[in-house]
Design a binder for this molecule. Structure first.
Ligand code: PEP
Length: 254
């Protein structure tokens, strides 16, 4: 049975102490919530990762992740952080292809394919984000965009490597805007993604792949979104900065 995940994306928020306090609160509030195939992941800025990984030790349903990692193994890339470095502090996941990285840092599918390879080689599980802009949806191009992000970003992987990935469908028009995709809109795309996975890797891989929804997910809309057959949890931005909201989203599975 595929894993259900609620992952927080803190983005560039919280200083060191604020991050540690929030994560301690989250651990206390969710430690008895995540059961069975459920997992809670918090993707923090790099500065928090080591300490959060220490706090998460002993809780096998709570993990930490980074929000980015460089495509090279190491070298003269001032200011960058490698996948090996992220792994070495105890992180298990890395978000790749977030629309903010695509938009503000020019990350394209070709670069993201390299980042995915390097992350996997270093034992990190990518949370690979895909999603269309409002303009693309209005031009009825959303299925083509999603497909090309999959084909160019991750379909070079063999089935075994692909099995390590988590996918996140995040319509760009819903991220940080307060506008959520309706449960039907999200389910339609998730079902499309799973169909594409089945065509490429077979039914078993498609069935086993965790596909998260992201975009203004909150305690009010999470239960309806998570009840959809192809939505396996959420990637949560703004609401992951409040322990109560984040925990209520985790509880939305129950
Ligand atoms: C995100 O950044 O991945 C995200 C989904 O943000 P928000 O929940 O704030 O829309």
């Amino acid at each position: 049975m595929r894993k259900k995940i609620v992952a927080g994306n803190w983005k560039m928020n919280l200083d060191y102490n604020e991050g540690l306090s929030l994560f301690s609160e989250v651990i206390n509030m969710v430690k008895d919530e995540a059961t069975g195939t459920q997992e809670v992941v918090v993707c923090s800025p790099f500065i928090h990762l080591h300490s959060l990984a220490q706090l998460a030790k002993g809780y096998n349903k709570i993990s930490v992740g980074a929000q980015n990692a460089h495509q090279a193994e190491s070298g003269a890339y001032t200011g960058e952080v490698s996948a090996k470095q992220v792994k070495s502090v105890g992180a298990g996941y890395v978000i790749l292809g977030h629309s903010e990285r695509r938009q503000y840092f020019g990350e394209n599918n070709e670069l993201l394919a390299k980042k995915t390879d390097t992350a996997l080689k270093n034992g990190l599980k990518p949370i690979f984000c895909i999603g269309e802009t409002l303009q693309e949806r209005e031009a009825n191009q959303h299925f083509d965009i999603i497909k090309s992000q999959l084909v160019e970003g991750v379909f070079h992987l063999d089935a075994e490597a692909f099995g390590t990935l988590v996918l996140a469908y995040e319509p760009v028009w819903a991220i940080g805007t307060g506008v959520t995709a309706s449960a039907e809109q999200a389910q339609e795309i998730h079902a499309f993604i799973r169909k594409e996975l089945a065509a490429k890797y077979g039914e078993q891989v498609a069935d086993d792949t965790t596909i998260l929804y992201g975009g203004s997910c909150n305690p009010k809309n999470a239960a309806e979104l998570f009840a959809q057959p192809d939505i396996d949890g959420g990637l949560i931005g703004g609401a992951s900065l409040k322990s109560r909201d984040f925990t209520d989203i985790v509880k939305a599975f129950n």
